[in-house]
Design a protein around this ligand. Structure first.
Ligand code: AMP
Ligand code: MG
Length: 403
């Protein structure tokens, strides 16, 4: 059996879809992956300006004079460039372009003034309350790297540098297909022996939340001719195809045979629980991933094994999954030979992050997945006591994670 890491590496052998780019308005680019680096087009701030409402004053280094002659006013946005001589001052407001030769700015609360005179209590240090041109960023500074995910926190900086559009990678189109005679579309009435298709909505939702264009390829019955036709049709409109179910050794499991017939298939037994059987290959020159049918196994293998590869295919420079060291709230043990990725909830305590492993760890138990914040990794043949530390792989939670 292959380790999780070995399988992730083996996935890299698959043909990666060619990356394409598009230009998007700044706001639409949030959550997308930068396809080109962005550098500052000019110094930031672009000109010396006041950090306070107050007075710009000019004085010689050895001066002790605290009385100034007021020669004018500059508001934020004023284009005028005034020039101060030592002993002169100008009324300025926050963001106003400072007169040339300004030594410092004094906040108005520390000033007394008339139309033409200014009296301050003491001379400030040179440069006080002045925002100097280029003091934050020099022209040419790195703002975004290629492959970086554009966050809402980048948008203010980009806008302040005049960036209105960004070149990003086109979303990777990932089609998701479910297979099984027992599967029924939610919204339709179940016949005897049927279950609702949980994998497709779950995988589509996860992919969508992670920034992919998720394409619904529907449900296909356990029939080689129908699987063959559906694989071809799905791949025609996608960069990558992900299937679930029909991939193991049952008599109705046709997926492997059909994929092998159409292209190339590598079947892997991965040392991961839940999970284990995982296939990947190339059909019609495009990558296909074959996930297990059990819903939690399908999601865990997608997240733990396929997601870093998919993120790299989408152009992300940092494709690693988010993880955190956590303390365990109770004892847990794994008697298996495979690492067990246990659905758990997380809580922030004064002693750090505390993980509580769910009692429901069956490979079909979606109820504990719906509650989970993370997957706690319990290595093979390991018993953890309450308070022990472990690695938790964070799952994407609404509003907290852009991938
Ligand atoms: P299979 O790999 O096709 O043998 O499926 C393994 C288990 O997962 C069976 O209990 C299937 O009914 C179940 N299963 C397969 N696909 C899905 C799906 N799309 N939604 C929910 N359960 C599924
Ligand atoms: Mg099946």
């Amino acid at each position: 059996m292959q380790t999780i890491e070995q399988t992730r590496n083996a996935l890299q052998q698959l043909v990666a879809p060619a990356l394409q780019t598009e230009s998007l308005p700044l706001l639409q680019a949030v959550g997308r992956i930068a396809a080109e680096p962005v550098v500052a087009a000019f110094d930031m701030p672009a000109f010396d300006n006041s950090a306070m409402d107050g007075f710009a004053i000019a004085f010689h280094a050895d001066s002790t004079n605290t009385a100034f002659h007021l020669i004018g006013t500059v508001f934020a946005g004023d284009a005028q460039s005034m020039h101060l001589q030592p002993g002169q001052a100008a009324r300025v407001f926050t963001g106003a372009r400072l007169p040339a030769n300004t030594s410092a700015v004094v906040m108005q609360e520390q000033c007394e003034w008339t139309d033409s005179t200014l009296q301050i209590q003491q001379l400030p240090p040179a440069g006080q309350h002045m925002r100097r041109a280029g003091s934050e960023l020099a022209k040419g500074s790195d703002i975004l790297q290629r492959g970086q995910i554009i966050s809402p926190l980048h948008t203010g900086l980009l806008a302040s540098l005049g960036v209105a559009a960004l070149t990003v990678y086109r979303k990777l189109r990932v089609a998701v297909l479910s297979s099984g005679n027992e599967l029924c579309e939610p919204g339709q009435a179940l016949s005897s022996g049927q279950i609702y298709d949980a994998n497709r909505p779950q995988l589509l939702a996860l992919l969508q939340a992670c920034g992919f264009e998720a394409i619904d390829a529907g449900i296909v019955r356990d029939d080689p001719a129908q699987i063959d036709a559906r694989l071809k049709a799905s791949l025609a409109q996608a960069d990558v195809l992900i299937t679930s179910g029909g991939a193991s050794v049952g008599e109705a499991d046709w997926m492997r045979e059909v994929i092998a017939g159409l292209g190339q298939l590598h079947q892997w037994k991965v040392s991961i629980k839940p999970g284990k059987p995982l296939g990947f290959g190339t059909v019609l020159g495009k990558p296909v991933l074959m996930l297990p049918g059990n819903p939690v196994s399908a999601l865990v293998t997608l997240w733990m094994i396929a997601m870093p590869w998919l993120r790299r295919c989408a152009g992300a420079a940092d494709a690693a999954l988010p993880q955190r060291r956590v303390r365990l709230s109770a004892a847990v043990s794994n008697h298996d030979q495979r690492p067990h990725l246990m659905r758990s909830t997380l809580e922030c305590t004064e002693q750090g992050w505390l993980a509580t492993v769910s009692a429901q760890q069956g490979s079909g138990a979606l109820s504990s997945l719906a509650q989970a914040d993370c997957l706690v990794e319990v290595p093979p043949q390991t018993c953890f006591s309450a308070g022990d530390t472990a690695i938790a792989w964070l799952l994407p939670q609404t509003g907290t994670q852009l991938l």
